[in-house]
Design a protein around this ligand. Sequence first.
Ligand SMILES: O=c1ccn([C@H]2C[C@H](O)[C@@H](COP(=O)(O)OP(=O)(O)OP(=O)(O)O)O2)c(=O)[nH]1
Ligand SMILES: [Mg+2]
Length: 146
Amino acid sequence: MSLQVKIINQSTNPLPHYATSGSSGMDIRANLESPITLQPLERTLVPTGLFIELLEGFEAQIRPRSGLAIKQGITCLNTPGTIDADYRGEIKVILINLSKEEQLIQHGDRIAQMVIQKVEQVSWHEVEALSETERNAGGFGHTGKI
Ligand SMILES: O=c1ccn([C@H]2C[C@H](O)[C@@H](COP(=O)(O)OP(=O)(O)OP(=O)(O)O)O2)c(=O)[nH]1
Ligand SMILES: [Mg+2]
């Protein structure tokens, strides 16, 4: 499936792209005038310079990169971040430093990845009871017990 998604890039960074033919996400980069230093447990909103127009029925998810998480302890605080189809503002990424050392984020660093997905909206049908199932209300480690 090939979809045309409109994008404005107000950055010197290249447009996001799929690194391999099987990639789910495209890495997105920080668009910074000066580097950001993140202290342990500090969070910050990082601009990307990207503005997108999704088709109705789609969303973009902003997800962490595993390499950044394991090497630097940096992740997205609100993962997965939701970019609504009707959002026209700049895509920004909420990063948090979960390591014990300060971490540097520089212009052009690949700070997260963006996955475009289909989404459905529902309408509620309010009822008195829900259907019975084998699980019913069991959860939170309910299965496998003797
Ligand atoms: O990581 C993110 C998450 C959100 N957004 C933008 C796009 C999204 O469409 C909008 C609103 O996001 P969300 O619904 O998560 O935030 P909210 O706190 O519910 O704000 P709002 O009341 O504006 O929906 O903010 C980003 O740029 N990056
Ligand atoms: Mg919201």
